[in-house]
Design a protein around this ligand. Structure first.
Ligand SMILES: CSC[C@H]1O[C@H](OP(=O)(O)O)[C@H](O)[C@@H]1O
Length: 348
């Protein structure tokens, strides 16, 4: 079966199951891609926590869905124990600190706890249902802005990590905007950074671009600046994990370096993310907690050691790009440019 991730197939979903299996959270196993496409049924909160921790499911909007569905799973397993549900919800929310969507998804579902299990599940599923429309809208708004900035022509775009359908419930954010530009005939080529250490670009973004039928090349992260210097990049389009009130943006490690190089070459960098990724309670990037991950993720590649076993490691999963280095932060209902948010009137 041709897997069409991004439109017909959801990255994460609620699976009501049956009397024998019980409910579960169904996720595409992103650790198995690109070699194997498989869906895992996560039937316990423990299994969901592990899947978020090891990036079986990852990406800010997908983590928001995982957070809400984690609460749904907890309340279906412990319908008469609100304290147990709240404790399990906190375990889910605390797995990864940087992507604001995770805790927000938990809080949104937990807010319905007093209305009963059915209401919690319905709220979690509503969050999932909203995702595609939100991502399509922010993709349209980003494509319009890229066209204003770079011209209505086939463009050479560079992206980092994976902000596609695999990072959301479906469609994608940064890569969703590229999907929209491609539909308009405005993509000449996408340069996809491999994104060390976990290679979300090489394993996931390239896989999605091939599915989309968009011309692309994979490059090592260290080649991005020279690609800009050689005139191979018209714009950089990425996702985000947490955006502070002033537009400072936490995204996959390496994004800040891309923004520095892009600024030097006068290339616009656009951050594309849903409103649910904007944290207006955090004034600036200085207040964003950056997740530090295990040393072995750097000391080995796909489980094969590439460094001496006890090598000390610095492995932040994200960095923070100052808003001053960004051409814009685009959501489904606002655009941040030059120091201020402009709220867009949403279509009725
Ligand atoms: C559309 S959010 C994608 C965002 O999340 C990724 O991080 P991770 O793979 O560790 O969950 C990366 O920062 C992407 O830009």
């Amino acid at each position: 079966m041709a897997v069409v991730v991004g439109t017909t197939v959801r990255t994460i979903d609620w699976d009501e199951g049956d009397a024998a299996t019980g409910p579960a959270v169904a996720v595409i196993d992103q650790r198995a891609l690109p070699g194997t496409f498989r869906v895992r049924r996560l039937a316990t909160v423990d299994a969901l926590v592990d899947a978020v921790a090891d990036l079986t499911v990852r990406g800010a909007p997908a983590l928001g869905a995982a957070g809400a569905l984690g609460v749904a799973l907890a309340v279906r397993r412990h319908p008469d124990d609100a304290d147990r549900v709240r404790a399990e919800a906190e375990r889910v929310a605390a797995v990864r600190p940087t992507a604001v969507n995770l805790r927000r998804g938990v809080e949104r579902a937990l807010a319905r706890l007093d209305d009963g299990p059915g209401a919690v599940v319905a709220e979690a599923c509503a969050l999932l249902d909203e995702d595609e429309a939100t991502n399509r809208r922010l993709g349209h708004r980003t494509a319009d802005l890229v066209t204003q900035l770079c011209g209505d022509r086939p463009l050479r775009l560079l992206t980092h990590c994976n902000s596609g359908a695999l990072a959301a419930v479906t469609w994608g954010t940064g890569l969703g905007a590229i999907r929209e530009l491609a539909a308009r005939g405005q993509v000449a080529e996408v340069l996809a950074c491999e994104t060390r250490p976990l290679l979300q670009g090489a394993r996931l973004t390239v896989w999605e671009l091939a599915q989309m039928g968009v011309a692309h090349r994979l490059l090592v992260d260290a080649a991005a600046a020279s690609a800009m210097a050689r005139g191979l990049v018209d714009a950089v389009v990425v996702g985000a994990d947490r955006i502070a009130a002033n537009g400072d943006t936490a995204n996959k490690i390496g994004t800040y370096a891309l923004a520095c190089a892009a600024a030097h070459h006068g290339i616009p960098v656009l951050v594309v993310a849903p409103e649910s990724t904007v944290d207006h309670t955090t004034a600036s990037g200085a207040g964003i907690v950056v997740e530090e991950r295990a040393p072995d993720e750097v000391r080995a590649v796909a489980g094969v050691p590439v460094a001496p076993p006890d090598t000390p490691v610095y492995n932040p999963a994200f960095d923070v790009t100052p808003a001053a280095l960004l051409a814009a932060v685009v959501t489904e209902s606002a655009t941040f440019r030059h120091g201020a948010w402009a709220r867009a009137a949403l279509p009725a």
